[in-house]
Design a protein around this ligand. Structure first.
Ligand code: CTP
Ligand code: MG
Length: 200
């Protein structure tokens, strides 16, 4: 049944989703640390390389939140209907706590690196910070997050990443196709709650 793959995809990517949302919250906790990743530099076209919305604070926050989320999931996993043997964020498959943290941190970091790369191309196209650029705003962190998962698969027990991500095509389908829709929904809720300045 497809529900199984959908839920599993969302579950496996929770560290990336959490990391992608983290910068907005971290900004409220440490507003003073607002150093932008581009150091304020301008590109040849006279616009900011990345813009003021991409901070080191956000990147570090995303890495930490991604790692903590992975550890949390590794403890929650067992009795959920959508987690099968070996899909439990690695703990039953023998992943150490430190590697589980690192794997989640890599996923979170890559998610926000993707977000920053997206901003680079957004600025080159003269799209202002915060303006919507569908579907790239929604997919940036998915594509880079997935790249991180496969590049750093060696942090997890042998075969775990392949089993978790590739044994059911619905998992990747969910991440690439359903995530953008979910992303738009979550941002709208964040806007209603007053956490985000714009509803996208
Ligand atoms: N943010 C941050 N550091 C990051 C990513 C995000 O501090 N590495 C914070 C910024 O306050 C940003 C907010 O999270 O404004 C929302 O993130 P995002 O939508 O990715 O940035 P935008 O402001 O929309 O910028 P852009 O147009 O470049 O995507
Ligand atoms: Mg944005």
């Amino acid at each position: 049944m497809a529900w199984d793959g959908i839920l599993r995809g969302l579950w496996l990517f929770l560290p990336a989703y959490a990391a992608n949302m983290a910068p907005v919250f971290v900004a409220k906790i440490v507003p003073a640390w607002s150093a932008p990743m581009d150091g304020g530099r301008l590109a040849a076209d006279g616009r900011r390389v990345l813009g003021p919305g991409k901070t080191w604070r956000g990147l570090v926050g995303g890495a930490v939140v991604g790692g903590l989320m992975a550890i949390l999931l590794s403890f929650l996993a067992v009795p959920t209907p959508f987690v099968r043997d070996g899909d439990d964020f690695g703990r039953l498959a023998g992943a150490s706590l430190s590697n589980t943290f690192l794997f989640g941190a890599v996923l979170g970091t890559m998610a926000l690196v993707g977000d920053a790369v997206k901003s680079y191309f957004k600025r080159r196209r003269a799209i202002e910070r915060g303006a919507v650029w569908f579907p790239f705003d929604q997919l940036d962190f998915v594509v880079f997050g997935l790249a991180g998962v496969f590049l750093f698969a060696w942090l997890m027990p042998t075969g775990w990443v392949a089993q978790a991500y590739l044994s059911d095509w619905v998992v990747l389908f969910t991440l690439v196709v359903l995530t953008p829709l979910l992303h738009l929904l979550v941002n709208r809720v964040g806007y209603w709650m007053g956490l985000k300045d714009v509803p996208w």
